[in-house]
Design a protein around this ligand. Structure first.
Ligand SMILES: [Zn+2]
Length: 276
């Protein structure tokens, strides 16, 4: 056998091997696909002892159970957790602020999955932590993109996501309990903008990278009330909004399906479509 034949045979063999390996390893294939067309961004903060909850709530509590090799030889781990519905990355179901509206298990999946867009107000919120996103901010996006906010999941990027983990910066106070509520300072959606969205536009859902869709200094939670009257759910404490473009991505937001729940922990992701 000549040297050329040997080299050719070796090349052929490595090609065959590579094909077999990639066929056996679906992850290898999906990695290639993700390079070409889609990228998945996790918009969810982890639930652990540092997760930020409303100051009047206890935090997330993971109760460690057994973890180790059993007498029968297999490894086994199982824990318990307890937590408020509203804390960390979560959904507010319409019933949270409006009687006879949808509970978390009743929210139609069509509202939780769909095209996402980002309204960026980071500069305004850096200057004023009490900033409220107004109709002007929403219309600016429409003018820039030449379309209306219809059939989309609107994500409000205040930039506060980067303060996650620092209660003083993220909430405006490190206090807990009822007296902390007066000291909350973070941006939210202006009630007039909430009314405009439900009366003049038709969005699927709305999300924000702060603890509440109403800003920290709100006392009547009117954005909650107006959105929920129209059964538009809200996602709060959404993570990684800085990694999203202003449009051309899909949001998948699946909360724990708590029967009769007013809200629930939420796993939310975005799938980016890259230009070809
Ligand atoms: Zn909530």
């Amino acid at each position: 056998m000549s040297t050329c034949r040997l080299v050719c045979l070796a090349t052929l063999l490595s090609l065959v091997l590579a094909t077999v390996v990639s066929a056996q390893n679906p992850l290898a294939k999906s990695t290639t696909e993700s390079k070409g067309s889609k990228r998945i961004i996790d918009l969810t903060h982890s639930f652990d002892g540092r997760t930020i909850y409303w100051p009047t709530e206890d935090g997330f509590n993971l109760v460690r159970g057994s973890a180790g090799v059993t007498e029968k030889g297999y490894y086994y781990a199982a824990n318990r957790f307890n937590a408020a519905e509203h804390g960390g990355t979560h959904v507010d179901a319409p019933i949270h602020f409006y009687k006879d509206r949808k509970t978390v298990d009743e929210i139609p999946l069509e509202r939780l999955v769909g095209e996402g867009i980002v309204i960026d107000v980071t500069d305004a919120c850096d200057k004023n932590p009490d900033y409220q996103i107004g109709i002007g901010d929403l219309r600016r996006w429409e003018t820039t993109h030449g379309r209306q906010l219809v059939d989309v999941i609107v994500l409000l990027r205040t930039g506060f996501g980067r303060h996650w983990g620092n209660r003083e910066r993220y909430l405006g106070t490190t206090k807990t309990g009822a007296e902390a509520v007066n000291d909350l300072h973070f941006p939210g959606l202006e009630p007039s903008a909430a009314i405009w969205l439900v009366e003049h536009r038709a969005i699927k859902a709305i999300g924000i990278d702060t603890p509440s869709i109403d800003h920290g200094q709100s006392r009547l939670f009117e954005s909650h009330v107006n959105l929920f009257k129209h059964n538009v759910p809200a996602f709060e404490n959404v993570a990684n909004l800085d990694q999203l473009p202003s449009e051309k991505f899909t949001v998948i937001a699946l909360p724990m399906k708590i029967g009769g729940g007013s809200g629930a922990p939420l796993r939310i992701i975005a799938m980016l479509t890259k230009p070809k």
